[in-house]
Design a protein around this ligand. Sequence first.
Ligand code: T46
Length: 141
Amino acid sequence: MNAQLISLKTIHAPLEGSLSFFESQKDIPFNVRRIYYIYDVPMGVRRGMHAHKALQQFLWCAWGKVDIILDSGREVQQYCLDSPQKGLLVGEGIWREMVWQKEGSVLCVAASEHYDEGDYIRDYRTFVSYVEKGYWDETDK
Ligand code: T46
């Protein structure tokens, strides 16, 4: 599965709170070209349902709890982002769904490229046909 759960480096100050961070090319393997965040999502709502041809992303839940279901076309894995100290690297060629498990949850994403609708695969059967043709075989980890 071309994905990895990462513990974010965190500075805890007993009276002042905590600060978590990550850096391009140190903690994540790409330069960040875009940041977006998803919020005001009612509990139980499912978003995503697409894959990316080339985009790499790093997801973290700044507040709340969001389940991330990843499908490589060969296996499915589920991750729970329920702490601002957890991040999830998602490489290219992975079908994803995000399910809001707590009201008010904020899902943040750092992306390797600018927005390009042409990079999305939004039809599951098309995604499976890319997998079967070995489109991502060299990058599949
Ligand atoms: C992903 C998951 C984790 C833009 O115009 N610019 C942007 O940078 C983004 C991310 C989206 N959009 C537009 C495209 C759609 O018209 O915003 C609308 C909602 O996007 P979408 O339905 O793709 O949102 P999600 O939550 O299903 O998926 C998003 C990202 O699009 C996607 O890359 O991996 O979050």
